[in-house]
Design a protein around this ligand. Structure first.
Ligand code: HDE
Length: 750
């Protein structure tokens, strides 16, 4: 039959057709002379490149390589389509046999939609799972040019950055304001390769050797049997570990201080923790520690605010960061370095620079500013940017190098390793937020989620087929050169240097550097955390650690726990305090601070209008709180008594004494016949009381001034009243510069 003949033709001619493709002089091809068989390992000259074969393009993958538009983004066009781009007319109904079903397996849109959804989640980070991020720019002062050849630190150079702030212990959905260390990781997209400064808001770490990281994290995470408590250190396994593993005591002291509950990501310092090595043009080296200094100063919540926020606004820090940026109150930090000579013993003033449980007090080595970072753009898509960003302390540009700090050395392994699992393969550097902003030509190929369509045939070196590309760079072309540091003749050991044995002197240094009110907060934090432990032996062991730090601290916590205070087991160190560690006693700009203004329909609206103007002019954010939503004259009401709580505000101004609204609960003290206060909405009284307890500035005029008297706070420190709104605000603004009305906190220690 006809079809049978057609098949036969194809088959018969096939050999001939194939032969056409083969060049007769390729050894071994049909029709060529028998080849001398070479051993595959026999060296021979590489084949010359084919005529049209040049260097492959070195563009970063955008999709343009496939013919898709270079601007190719996740989505374009106004029409809903399938993942393959076919327009859809219905995405609300699955395809069924009749209105009442069953649903048909052939519904490719249903299957595609549900399958994609089923795979939307990726594993959260094993630590630092909860975070928030923002884009910005770093501008160098040029002051570091003498000590590093890093191009992004040359005077006036601007570099794009992406920052991710995080807590350490909690899961992705945990509350922002828990007591914990905060991550402060910055990606600098420099012209010479990405630099990641993967920092924390605490300058020391729990462990001196990275091999202990799984131990400290297992101890801090929820208990393995019940998986509680979430995002807390106030539990037995944490205190079990840190009381046994006493090198953790310095970091723990910072966590128990107000640093463990920051007011805002914008008001945190950042620390590179480890000592790094900088290399200049001449190849000379210095050792440095990196510091971020927030323009707004270092501020904290009170413990009660932090706990209330955990329920009322678990996203407080994330919201604060995004609100500030969107309001134009761009957060700023100065990057600074402490510089030390790169001596053979790598110590400075007796402090071992390779020990990550030690700081070098700023009074001994000042932090020298080298540039300024401004965060000015919130992410477009949280998952794409904040969740998928991948930092790594080994992402270093020429001019910045690592040291032998054994904690840093383990980190250099861990980050890439964990990201392969978290981001599903080795190609996550191609995710937009992770792409370097400079040419990449790395010879890495294939693998899961490969988005690049690499040109060329020779992803190996040396090659001639791609014209020798890629070429290695010489010193003159700014290659990253590992610093040829001498390695001492040594034996392989699993041991620390003797200097790492001092676990208490710097915890004591921190304690002695605190003001009385900060000491009081530390005492209360230890008492709370240990009070949450069940095991008596753990409390006693931690009290022994506190005795080795300071007898007053130990005594006060022991009293709170109802346990005897032990004697120190070691002679107490005698360090000079470092005033730079205290958060109290200075003045800071109040940009981006939130001022709550209590008003009602009878309030002095002209005064309120002036006040709002003055608050905006001071770079702060006024929020009107009224009995009802909508407008108050020509001003929008942002909060009602039902939606506002004191913890959102940095200061409170009271312009009215509103009568109880219908949705108010009875005043707490109404039954006790507290007189006039019962005639005021109890939520307003509560707001004033809470602001007072939390040591916030309070101001009032008009009817509001009377209310302060009724609440029993007028005439106390940090409470001002006056005739006009703006006069009161001027006084409140001065109080806010000190952050809190510190004298309102009771202190039992000197
Ligand atoms: Fe990390 N750390 N870390 N860490 N770390 C991670 O990497 C690790 C340490 C820090 O916003 C992980 O991608 C080890 C010190 C921040 O994405 C992981 C050790 C400092 C972030 C990891 C440390 C940090 C991480 C988890 C001890 C301050 C969040 C997810 C040797 C200088 C980065 C990831 C972000 C994240 C390992 C100690 C800061 C598992 C092994 C010290 C800010 O690789």
């Amino acid at each position: 039959s006809k079809p049978a003949k057609a098949v036969k033709d194809v088959v018969e001619n096939a050999a001939e057709k194939v032969a056409d493709f083969l060049t007769p002089d390729v050894p071994g091809s049909p029709g060529s002379a028998p080849a001398t068989v070479e051993e595959p390992t026999t060296p021979r000259d590489p084949l010359p490149p084919k005529k049209e074969q040049g260097a492959p393009a070195t563009v970063t993958p955008t999709g343009a390589e496939t013919g898709a538009p270079a601007t190719s983004k996740g989505q374009q066009g106004a029409h809903l389509t399938t993942a393959q781009g076919a327009r859809l007319r219905d995405t609300d109904h699955s395809l069924k046999a009749g209105e009442r079903g069953p649903t048909l397996l052939q519904d490719h849109h249903l299957r595609e939609k549900i399958t994609h959804f089923d795979h939307e989640r990726i594993p959260e980070r094993v630590v630092h799972a909860r975070g928030a991020g923002a884009h910005g720019v770093f501008e160098a002062y040029g002051t570091a040019s003498a000590v590093t050849r890093a191009g992004f630190l040359k005077k006036g150079k601007k570099t794009d950055v992406f920052v991710r702030f995080s807590t350490v212990l909690g899961s992705r959905g945990s509350a922002d304001t828990v007591r914990d260390t905060r991550g402060f990781a910055t990606k600098f997209y420099t012209d010479e390769g990405t630099f990641d400064l993967v920092a924390n808001n605490i300058p020391v770490f729990f462990i001196q050797d990275g091999i202990k990281f799984p131990d400290v994290i297992h101890a801090g995470k929820p208990h393995p049997d019940r998986e509680i408590p979430q995002a807390q250190s106030a539990h037995d396994t944490f205190w079990d570990f840190v009381s046994l593993h006493t090198e953790a005591q310095h970091h723990t002291m910072w966590n128990m201080s107000d640093r463990g509950i920051p007011r805002s990501f914008r008001m945190m310092e950042g620390f590179g923790v480890h000592t790094f090595r900088l290399v200049n043009e001449a190849g000379e080296t210095v050792l440095v520690k990196f510091h971020w200094k927030p323009k707004l100063g270092v501020h904290s919540l009170t413990w009660e605010e932090a706990q209330m926020l955990g329920g009322m606004d678990p996203d407080f820090h994330r919201r604060d960061l995004y609100d500030a940026i969107e309001a134009g109150a761009y957060p700023e930090w100065e990057l600074g370095i402490q510089v030390f000579p790169d001596t053979a013993d790598q110590t400075f003033e007796g402090i071992d620079l390779l020990d990550p449980t030690k700081i070098v007090p700023e009074e001994l080595a000042p932090v020298q500013p080298i540039g300024r970072m401004t965060l000015n753009r919130t992410p477009t898509n949280f998952f794409a940017e904040v969740e998928q960003v991948a930092f790594h302390p080994g992402h270093l540009p020429p001019g910045i190098d690592v040291t032998n700090d054994p904690l840093l050395q383990a980190r250099l392994f861990s980050y890439l390793d964990t990201q392969i699992t978290r981001l599903g393969g080795p190609n996550f550097a191609q995710i937009p937020v992770n792409r370097p902003h400079c040419p990449v030509n790395d010879m890495f190929r294939d693998g899961f989620h490969q988005h690049a369509v690499h040109a060329g045939v020779a992803p190996y070196r040396p090659n001639s087929l791609d014209g020798g590309n890629p070429f290695v760079a010489g010193d003159a072309e700014n290659a990253f050169v590992d610093t040829p540091v001498e390695v001492a003749r040594a034996r392989k050991v699993r041991a620390n240097p003797v200097s790492f044995d001092d676990h208490f002197s710097q915890a004591r240094l921190f304690w002695l550097s605190m003001s009385p009110v900060e000491k009081e907060h530390i005492i209360r934090a230890y008492t709370f955390e240990l009070g949450k432990c069940y095991e008596q032996a753990i409390k006693e062991r931690q009290l022994q650690c506190l005795a080795n730090i300071d007898p007053v601290l130990c005594r006060e916590v022991a009293t709170g726990l109802g346990l005897p205070a032990p004697e120190p087991a070691l002679p107490l160190a005698d360090p000079a305090p470092s005033p730079a560690l205290s958060q109290v006693g200075k003045e800071w700009p109040s940009d981006g601070r939130i001022v709550g203004i209590v008003v009602d329909d009878g309030a002095d609206l002209d005064g309120v209008r002036d006040l709002r103007r003055a608050v905006f002019a001071a770079g702060m954010v006024p929020l009107l709180i009224a009995p009802h939503g909508g407008m108050l004259g020509d001003m929008p009401v942002q909060r009602t008594f039902a939606t506002a709580r004191s913890i959102e505000f940095d200061a409170l101004l009271v312009a009215a004494a509103p009568a109880p609204a219908p949705d108010a609960l009875p005043a707490r003290d109404a039954k006790a016949g507290a007189g006039d206060t019962a005639a005021v909405d109890p939520r307003v009284t509560l707001m004033i009381e809470e602001c007072w307890w939390h040591a916030k500035a309070i101001g009032a005029w008009g009817a509001g001034a009377k209310l302060l008297a009724q609440a029993g706070v007028s005439g106390t420190p940090g409470v001002v009243s006056g005739d006009s709104a703006t006069e009161v605000f001027t006084a409140v603004q001065r109080l806010m510069a000190a952050h809190r009305v510190w004298e309102r906190f009771p202190t039992s220690v000197a």
